[in-house]
Design a binder for this molecule. Structure first.
Ligand SMILES: C[S@@+](CC[C@H](N)C(=O)[O-])C[C@H]1O[C@@H](n2cnc3c(N)ncnc32)[C@H](O)[C@@H]1O
Length: 185
């Protein structure tokens, strides 16, 4: 949905000789699947995006994906998926490890999420007007955005996938709350 990331994608990847199309969609819009216009889907891959969705939006999205995907097809989600409130020790450990990792990153001089965006914003100021528009649009969209801090945790993802009709679902990689979850339709 992010206009700046879509612009970066178009500039860096082009259309891969007609094999790649980028579309803008809001996954919380119940009608987003209309843009697929009846095309068949072989697999779904998402990274670092679904943590923006509330539990009810996630339940609806997983039901939509279960309707779109044929039996045996894969769904892969790499994202933060939190421990449950009833697992305070694991939550604390995850927070400690995250803070430790951030210290190492900053000691090694690596950019964090915010620094990356700040640097990109600075570059955008030097671009011609049409290429600055996605940055203006992004600021407008983010300004309107209200974040629900009660995000869906890991067990919620698993339950929602199974409820939607996925036959199998589980973590295939993880570092505390950063996980890759795979489900088979
Ligand atoms: C941290 S970026 C991750 C971008 C990319 N997937 C990656 O892993 O590098 C989060 C992405 O989630 C997208 N996103 C958040 N909420 C969304 C929604 N409701 N519908 C569609 N995309 C959404 C944002 O537009 C943004 O592209």
């Amino acid at each position: 949905m992010d206009p700046v990331l879509l612009q970066l994608g178009r500039r860096n990847l082009g259309d891969q000789d007609g094999r790649l199309e980028l579309h803008r969609a809001d996954l919380t819009d119940p009608n987003w699947t209309n843009l697929l216009a009846g095309r068949s889907i072989d697999a779904v891959l998402t990274t670092m995006a679904l943590h923006w969705l509330t539990a009810d939006q996630l339940v609806r999205l997983y039901r939509q994906l279960a309707d779109l995907l044929p039996e045996g097809a894969l769904f892969l989600n790499g994202d933060h998926m939190a421990y449950a409130v009833a697992e305070p020790t694991l939550q604390r450990l995850a927070m400690t490890m995250k803070a430790e990792r951030e210290k190492v990153f900053s000691r090694d001089g690596k950019e964090d999420y915010q620094q990356w965006w700040t640097a990109l914003e600075q570059v955008s100021a030097t671009l011609p007007e049409p290429e600055r528009r996605p940055f203006q649009e992004r600021r407008r969209v983010l300004g309107e955005r209200r974040i629900d801090t009660r995000r869906a945790g890991y067990t919620m993802h698993l339950t929602a996938l199974r409820d939607a009709g996925f036959a199998e679902a589980g973590q295939i990689w993880g570092y505390f709350e950063n996980r890759v979850l795979m489900a088979v339709r």
